[in-house]
Design a protein around this ligand. Structure first.
Ligand code: ZN
Ligand code: ZN
Ligand code: ZN
Length: 259
């Protein structure tokens, strides 16, 4: 296989409501700073001519237009929460242009949720113009998707088993609050780790900032960026200044290149 460079772009770094939150007048939600505006979490992986996205939330259309993504080869899903799957119907633009059933890679349970979310795509005789999908069940372990080598890593999001993904020396674990020792072993020698850190208070299904700092220290990637951020985290610039040098808050549009 020809060696290709890989570019990873964070399309969104906000929690389920996004930032600003509709109707909220807190200092973060009224901040004019671009880094205080966060779409729902998603990642674009560009590898040669191949484009993959991790998660497809309610901001998917806006994210693809902002990044000028002309073709899309597949979608990977971390889990089935609405802020990660609400944009699946929007894939129809690529489905029609490319005349293919869009490949979706997710765990069996997540694929079942996809079928109930967009049932009109999975009926025996879908209406003319209904989007078409090619559902692929995955489990933790290695995956090859359009020439991109990806490792799916198990983590927990409250009681829900979810997947993180490692591509080269980049790893992405959004919506998690438990990473096992076994998973940590698979997260060694990272240049960049992107990790869930919701806000400061304890949460039943997300790492708060303190917990995220502790686990990031244990994993010890060269650089860790925090994502899935709530408006209660505080202003980007203010919080960022308090973090250790090897750690920072992520922001929308942040990108990394891997050889
Ligand atoms: Zn989420
Ligand atoms: Zn707010
Ligand atoms: Zn979630």
């Amino acid at each position: 296989m020809k060696h290709q460079k890989t570019k990873i772009t964070l399309l969104g770094t906000g929690t389920s409501q996004g930032v600003p939150v509709m109707g909220c007048k807190c200092e973060v939600c009224v901040s004019p700073h671009a880094k205080d505006k966060r779409l729902r979490t998603s990642v674009l992986i560009t590898h040669g001519d191949t484009n993959l996205v991790i998660d497809c939330g309610p901001d998917f259309r806006q994210q693809m237009l902002q990044q000028n993504v002309d073709t899309l080869d597949a979608v990977l899903l971390t889990h089935e929460h609405q802020d990660h799957v609400a944009g699946l119907d929007e894939l129809r633009s690529y489905i029609f242009k490319q005349k293919l059933a869009m490949p979706i890679f997710a765990e069996e349970r997540v694929l079942r949720r996809v079928k109930t979310l967009i049932p009109y795509a999975f009926t025996k005789q879908p209406y003319p113009g209904a989007p078409t999908y090619n559902l692929n069940s995955i489990v933790p372990g290695p995956l090859h998707i359009h020439g991109v080598f990806i490792k799916a890593i198990r983590a927990l999001h409250g009681n829900l088993p979810v997947l993180g993904f490692r591509i080269k020396n980049f790893a992405y674990l959004t919506d998690v609050n438990f990473i096992s020792e076994e998973a940590i072993e698979q997260l060694q020698d990272l240049e960049v780790l992107v990790l869930d850190a919701l806000h400061h208070n304890k949460h039943h299904a997300h790492f708060n900032l303190q917990e995220a700092l502790e686990i990031a220290n244990e994993i010890s990637a060269q650089k860790t960026y925090f994502t899935h951020i709530s408006h209660s985290m505080g202003l980007h610039e203010v919080i960022n200044k308090k973090l250790p040098v090897a750690m920072a808050l992520a922001y929308d549009g942040l990108s990394f290149n891997f050889g």
